[in-house]
Design a protein around this ligand. Structure first.
Ligand code: NAG
Ligand code: NAG
Ligand code: NAG
Ligand code: NAG
Length: 184
């Protein structure tokens, strides 16, 4: 009986591991790389140097952004973008919200990001950490941030944001894991 249980448990673990692998395999690192390059093309340097020189694609069929500066992957898919204090100016207009299915953490604090936080941010359904503090973002905080049910940390302090804090962020819903750390 005990042996059977152990075997069952082991096959469950195996299944979960394989399942993770398969889920991961569905991500497309070439698509992620190209989408990030499109965003890079819209960025400028605040310090007159070349922006993100490591963000390039080589010739060949399969591309990966996983060795690029500020990019961290799990498997072959981007899970963190960290360009804190990098000295870039730009916006989220062409940020690839729909092309980074495994993105969990964004740290773009202390840069020159301007314009608005688009509602499309809600497409980053796995997002747990969002730090956009110390930029020049303006306009209102989109309500759609409330759809990011895994968000635990949200830092928006020191921007030009106006309007009110969306109710969705502060609402206490037992079914949701709400941000634990918020600075706005
Ligand atoms: C991955 O994305 C690239 C670029 O968008 C595309 O050309 C390629 O067909 C995709 N590969 C798969 C397996 O979907
Ligand atoms: C960058 O610096 C060089 C030399 O210091 C200067 O000639 C050039 O105009 C600067 N470019 C920008 C975009 O500020
Ligand atoms: C981003 O990188 C900086 C150091 O470059 C580090 O202090 C910070 O914790 C990182 N942020 C995240 C979310 O990992
Ligand atoms: C917030 O700022 C934008 C421009 O950045 C403006 O159009 C909008 O009316 C402002 N909203 C509030 C509530 O002040």
């Amino acid at each position: 009986m005990m042996k059977k249980r152990v075997a069952l448990f082991a096959s469950l673990l195996l299944f979960l591991t394989l399942h993770d692998r398969l889920t991961d395999a569905q991500s497309n690192s070439t698509a992620e790389a190209l989408a990030l390059l499109n965003w890079k093309a819209s960025l400028q340097s605040l310090t007159n140097r070349s922006v993100l020189p490591s963000w390039t694609v080589s010739s060949g069929t399969e591309q990966s952004p996983c060795r690029w500066f500020g990019i961290h992957c799990q498997g072959n898919s981007v899970f963190r973008v960290n360009l804190t204090s990098y000295g870039v100016k730009g916006s989220f207009h062409v940020f690839p919200f729909s092309s980074l299915p495994n993105l969990e953490e964004i740290d773009l604090s202390i840069n020159g990001l301007f314009s608005t936080i688009p509602p499309q941010i809600s497409q980053l359904s796995k997002l747990t950490y969002l730090d956009l503090s110390y930029n020049d973002l303006s306009g209102e905080i989109p309500n759609q941030i409330g759809q990011l049910i895994h968000l635990k940390t949200l830092h928006l302090v020191q921007n030009q944001l106006n309007g009110s804090i969306p109710e969705e962020i502060g609402q206490l819903e037992p079914s949701k894991s709400l941000p634990c750390k918020i600075t706005i």
